[in-house]
Design a protein around this ligand. Structure first.
Ligand code: SF4
Length: 367
């Protein structure tokens, strides 16, 4: 394989059982079944997730015999980077190659006070949101827990402090693997990212939201993007199965510990959901919910025909929410000069593959 932007490809061929992606509650009994004490699992866990060590032989405080046994029976898989796009604002978008040749996107977003990584949870997505490039790609498969966690270990220029599950896929549609990944991410012996610094974003799979809130492993962000059932289902087909009213009633019922509150993500799309009436309806919908609202202006991309509203329109929408005493922030898009909208880089890559395939078919000699 080759290297791009100085990044080496390191994906091993997985012929042995991979120990990555197991939370301690799974790793401990696995090693104990082989006759090792539980603390060996904790040592191994720290080597893998705090020191990023992928070679058993380099884990110097483990006995040589134990390291040899681990190498013979298990492997520690890692991901490779197929391509990286660097934005002038420091955002880096990675097209990540998986073991089976599938690709997903991971975005690194540096800021003064934090370095956030936006992680994918599925290859493609079943939700089919009309404004999203990923929504136009067919769903291929769920990511395994290790593939979710491992996106925090790409060659970023700075250490990761925050994680958002807002990349490709609907995290709650891959629930069991998501939970294992969250356990590893927030474990003080694991990646050690505080629960308050991890956010799971969902289009609103109501039953799973309730369970995730009970587990308290992460903040929850709900993509609302519409203020009536009709408007929301027109751009988010999931709303037909999990109606807006059901979602709002659920959010009113959710209990959070301490100062936690739910986040509503609202992407303003020109002429679709960005009117003053929408702002008033949004304020009424969330008035009994402990929440904050993140407003975003639609990130135009070649795969969808929706348009970005003017800055003035977004600010006017925000001011209506603020007048209603709601917490409403307006996040400027990062990485505007690269393919930063979810799914764009992979879609472009898929298009390149199919164009190349079409070209090679066109020129293949007849048998
Ligand atoms: S916005 Fe999220 S849930 Fe909707 S299609 Fe895109 S990736 Fe899937």
């Amino acid at each position: 394989m080759d290297s791009v932007h100085g990044i080496r490809y390191t994906t091993p061929l997985m012929t042995k059982e991979n120990l990555k992606g197991m939370p301690l509650r799974e790793l401990e009994p696995k090693l104990m079944a082989l006759g090792h004490p539980a603390f060996r699992a904790r040592q191994l866990f720290r080597w893998v997730y705090q020191r990023g060590q992928n070679e058993f032989e380099n884990m110097t405080d483990l006995s040589k015999v134990f390291r040899k046994e681990l190498s013979e029976k298990f492997c520690l898989a890692s991901l490779s980077v197929d391509r990286a796009e660097h934005s002038a604002d420091g955002t880096i978008k990675y097209l990540v190659m998986l073991e089976d040749g599938q690709k997903v996107e991971t975005v690194f977003i540096p800021a003064e006070d934090r370095n956030t990584v936006c992680i994918s949870t599925q290859v493609g997505c079943k939700m089919g949101c009309k404004f999203c490039a990923t929504g136009y790609q067919k769903f291929t498969r769920n990511l395994e827990s290790w593939e979710i966690v491992e996106q925090c270990f790409l060659p970023f220029p700075r250490p990761v402090t925050n994680v958002v599950m807002m990349g490709m896929g609907e995290p709650l549609d891959n629930y069991d693997e998501l939970i294992k990944a969250l356990e590893i991410l927030q474990d003080p012996l694991g990646v050690k990212i505080g629960k308050r610094h991890i956010t799971v974003s969902t289009v609103g799979l109501s039953p799973k939201i309730e369970d995730l809130a009970k587990k308290g492993l992460a903040n929850i962000a709900i993509s609302l993007h519409g203020t009536t059932q009709e408007q929301r289902s027109a751009i988010m087909p999931v709303s037909r199965k999990h109606p807006l009213e059901e979602l709002i009633v659920l959010c009113q019922r959710l209990k959070f510990k301490g100062r936690r509150r739910i986040t509503f993500e609202y992407v303003l799309i020109k002429g679709v959901n960005d009117s003053n009436e929408d702002a008033l309806r949004l304020a009424a919908l969330v008035k009994n919910i402990r929440c904050k609202i993140n407003l975003l202006a639609y990130n135009e991309n070649p795969f969808c025909s929706y348009e970005r509203p003017s800055e003035k329109r977004v600010l006017s929408f925000q001011s209506i929410l603020l007048e209603k005493n709601l917490t409403a922030t307006y996040r400027k898009s990062r990485g505007a000069d690269i393919s930063a909208a979810c799914g764009q880089l992979r879609t472009a890559s898929l298009n390149r593959v199919s164009q190349n395939a079409a070209r090679s078919l066109a020129f293949s000699p007849e048998p």
